[in-house]
Design a protein around this ligand. Structure first.
Ligand code: APR
Ligand code: ZN
Length: 276
């Protein structure tokens, strides 16, 4: 079964004109970063932590100093958790997507992951939809900085425009930065193949992207002037479990299994196809 679907996915990828990948926390569990809603997920095992995560953006808005004290570890474990993430290394799944890009088959990765592992694996075109632990962002002018560029002598740190800075990670209830949001929608409307890897597809607005690709609104295409749009799109899921995209028929098929095993096999088959 998986063999046939792996060959099918490789054929679809080799034929594609503009294939993109959408990824979630399932990409990084084989890099020892737990996911959220899987059997051993952070939220699955710790409902309190999930409730606290919904308060984090309000804390930033209401008391940015206290928020930053958590970041720099003067309070709580938030800072330490992100420190762990920065230590992680990409796995075979990340490397497979980077190789698909190097082969010219994959044009872009849109990820919900804040761990920076796609870039660490060598992927060049990566849209970090929920931000990154490796950057700091100005909530006013949108500028981004590396941590080394930001002085934490005074909390909260401020941007050159005078506004308060925030770590780049996007929290629940926080708006998705408009630059990443627009680029991601363009990719979703301009792709002819979407490879969805390791996400439960229940968090919005990210979970809208596959639906936008499937139900492309002609008017949106005209408005955004997407070059060379096509009315056909193939949507392939690779995940340990089915998702609402599977159940609602948004995706064409699901390959069930571990990403670190399946994605490298897809790459091997793609290479055979490209050799022809
Ligand atoms: N191989 C394949 N699938 C896997 C693997 C693996 N090695 N490990 C986990 N999975 C699957 C899980 O079964 C689950 O269906 O990946 C999915 C991960 O789903 P979530 O934990 O919900 O993660 P994600 O979809 O990325 O969450 C979205 O929610 O908590 C917020 O901001 C956070 O970006 C995150 C967003
Ligand atoms: Zn600014």
């Amino acid at each position: 079964m998986a063999d046939d679907l792996i060959k099918r996915a490789a054929g679809d990828l080799a034929e594609s004109r503009h294939a993109i990948a959408l990824t979630g926390a399932g990409m990084s569990t084989e890099s020892n970063i737990p996911d959220f809603r899987g059997p051993k997920g952070i939220w699955t095992l710790n409902k309190e932590a999930e409730a606290k995560a919904y308060e984090r953006y309000d804390l930033f808005l209401n008391d940015p100093r206290a928020y930053w004290e958590e970041i720099v570890g003067l309070r709580g474990t938030y800072g330490a958790f992100h420190g762990q993430i920065r230590e992680a290394e990409p796995n075979a799944g990340h490397h497979a997507l980077a190789e698909l890009e190097a082969l010219g088959v994959l044009k872009c990765v849109i990820t919900q992951n804040i761990d920076g592992l796609h870039k660490k694996a060598g992927s060049k075109k990566v849209l970090e939809y929920h931000g990154s632990v490796n950057a700091v962002r100005c909530v006013s002018c949108g500028s981004r900085f590396a941590w080394e560029e930001v002085s934490l002598d005074e909390l909260p740190p401020r941007c050159k425009c005078g506004a308060v800075l925030k770590d780049d990670v996007v929290h629940f209830k926080e708006p998705i930065p408009s630059d990443v949001m627009e680029k991601s929608e363009r990719e979703a409307l301009g792709c002819d193949l979407m490879l969805i890897c390791g996400t439960s597809a229940v968090v919005y607005p990210f979970a809208n992207l596959p639906r936008m690709a499937r139900h492309r609104a002609r008017s949106l295409i005209a408005e955004l002037d997407v070059v060379g749009h096509t009315s056909k799109v193939k949507i392939i899921e690779v995940n340990a479990d089915p998702t609402p995209l599977t159940e609602e028929g948004i995706s064409d098929y699901l390959i069930r299994g571990k990403l670190g095993e399946i994605l490298p096999r897809i790459v091997e088959e793609v290479k055979k196809n490209l050799k022809g």
